[in-house]
Design a protein around this ligand. Structure first.
Ligand code: NBP
Length: 482
């Protein structure tokens, strides 16, 4: 009997996905560049299963049922191109290559188009959930050649995480690089969620002087509210985790955050598309700032930074903080969905936002109860342009407003950096202001560069230039927006 699917790449993700596929009754053929790893896998975790090995790409191809489905779980970038180049001459028209790595979506756009010319289908799929997700049910976000989806769908939906209603956290996202785009936004949102939690932690620790046991209890309680999520849950575990000497481990960890680039890609993409994705971008910058450790240590001394004590009833502050965190999180998701909407419109992807929320509902790092509410919001209005306008989310934003402002103002007053919570509030203030000071900005642009402006008392699209000083000419710059 031939294999149902081939997987190339036997590192942590590949191995666990293969074992997951095997659990669901699929016969998997496993290949890896370094052949010893095939043997190690077959004689180790795959022992006693139906998984078979292939020591060359030709052997892999020969062992697969047609149309062949070959999934790459290798390092993103050139390695993917090099495997594609080697596989294509061995494949038949209609065969399917899947890239399950963390690929930047323009690469997937390019690969789908190039392989289409050769009659090979290509799927670029986000896979989220790390090792445990891969093994027992990841969130899977596939996009690319739609013709390939019916062949891959049963396998992917079988191995994916399931919601509490047993719906698979995997569905077709859209053409081209849509799957990898959505995975990128997922990762950006993950940056935002993590940063928001760390800001709440710092407010509690430095501002309210809370112990780790107290903070752990707060996160345990928060996890029973609308904030219920994997990241809040693991934060409570982390805060309670003691090192071998009985001290809290988290305080021994160097405060410089790493990053592998997907948050940055999300921010760059938002700038490219002109979407105000402020919270995620602030979260990326917060990681950048954290990495300037030596400079921060020097600057704290140079500026003689004082302790950031927050006076007042601790319980009242904790509840205010919970509301600020929840409201900020709504803004983060609202901005992320704005970005997806713009990308969908620009690329003709026809994204189903309710389905995206469903795919993130289980298996992935940002899984949370909250995503069910997002799905409901898009079920009610599939074209919702701002998540915060949905009645459920609008209610939370309105009810949290006073507490959110209190926390933001206090953080500024005592000097606790909360870039994401405060920028989220600033965004909402801007978004809900019908007239912003961009009129003055346009006047400045026209003053120094003859960039022209539109008038409130004339039809949109009609541009004017004023000779502000009486010295300039009447020639205006070309009117365009980049
Ligand atoms: P890695 O990202 O560490 O990649 C390891 C695999 O890439 C091995 O099979 C390795 O072969 C192969 N490889 C490398 Br590295 N360089 C190669 C080259 N020049 N030619 C051929 N093969 C090469 O594995 P991973 O952590 O399992 O992740 C796989 C993909 O999934 C990545 O794109 C990753 O970003 C993504 N992802 C990872 C996670 C996670 O939690 N780790 C979560 C979600 C997505 P070798 O054994 O011969 O060196």
């Amino acid at each position: 009997m031939k294999g149902d699917i081939g997987v190339i790449g036997l590192a942590v993700m590949g191995q666990n996905l293969i074992l997951n596929m095997n659990d669901h009754g699929y016969k998997v053929v496993a290949h890896n560049r370094t052949a010893e790893k095939v043997d190690e896998f077959l004689q180790g975790p795959a022992k006693g299963t139906n998984i078979v090995g292939a020591y060359s790409l030709q052997e892999l191809v020969d062992k697969l049922e047609s149309p062949r489905k070959i999934m790459l779980m290798v390092r993103a970038g050139d390695v993917v191109d090099s495997f594609i180049d080697k596989l294509v001459p061995l494949l038949d028209k209609g065969d399917i290559i899947i890239d399950g790595g963390n690929t930047n979506f323009p690469d997937t756009n390019r690969r789908v188009a190039a392989l289409k010319e050769k009659g090979i289908h290509f799927i670029g799929s986000g896979v989220s959930g790390g090792e445990e997700g891969a093994r027992f049910g990841p969130s899977i976000m596939p996009g690319g050649s739609p013709e390939a989806w019916p062949f891959v769908k049963p396998i992917f939906q079988a191995i994916s995480a399931k919601t509490e209603n047993d719906e698979p956290c995997c569905d077709w996202v859209g053409n081209d690089g849509a799957g990898h785009f959505v995975k990128m936004v997922h990762n950006g949102i993950e940056y935002g969620d993590m940063q928001l939690i760390t800001e709440a932690y710092q407010f509690m620790k430095d501002g309210l002087g809370m112990t780790h046991d107290e903070m752990q209890s707060v996160f345990i309680e928060w996890n029973k509210t609308e904030l219920n999520s994997y990241l809040v849950e693991i934060t409570s575990d982390i805060l309670g985790y003691k090192d071998t000497d009985g001290e809290t481990l988290v305080e021994k960890i160097l405060d410089t955050a790493g990053q592998k680039g997907t948050g940055k890609w999300t921010g760059i993409n938002a700038l490219d598309m002109g979407i105000p994705l402020t919270l995620i971008t602030e979260s990326v910058f917060a990681r950048c700032l954290s990495s300037l450790k030596d400079q921060r240590v020097e600057a704290e001394e140079l500026f003689g930074k004082k302790e950031s004590i927050v006076e007042g009833d601790k319980q009242v502050w904790i509840e205010a903080l919970r509301q600020a965190l929840l409201a900020s999180k709504i803004i983060s998701y609202a901005q992320g969905f704005m970005l997806m909407r713009e990308a969908s419109n620009e690329n003709g992807w026809d994204l189903n936002y309710g389905n995206v929320a469903l795919m993130w509902r289980g298996g992935c790092i940002i899984r949370s109860a909250f995503l069910s509410n997002i799905r409901d919001a898009y079920d009610i209005d599939p074209e919702l342009s701002f998540l915060g306008s949905d009645s459920y989310f609008k209610g939370i934003l309105e009810n949290s407003m006073s507490a959110w402002r209190k926390v933001a103002a206090k953080s500024m007053e005592v000097g606790i950096p909360m870039p994401s919570m405060t920028s989220a509030l600033t965004f909402l203030d801007g978004y809900t202001t019908a007239r912003l000071p961009a009129n003055l900005l346009q006047a400045q642009r026209d003053y120094f560069g003859a960039h022209t402006y539109e008038r409130v008392d004339k039809p949109k699209g009609e541009f004017f230039h004023t000779n502000w000083t009486g010295k300039g000419g009447d020639v205006s710059s070309t009117t365009y927006n980049s």
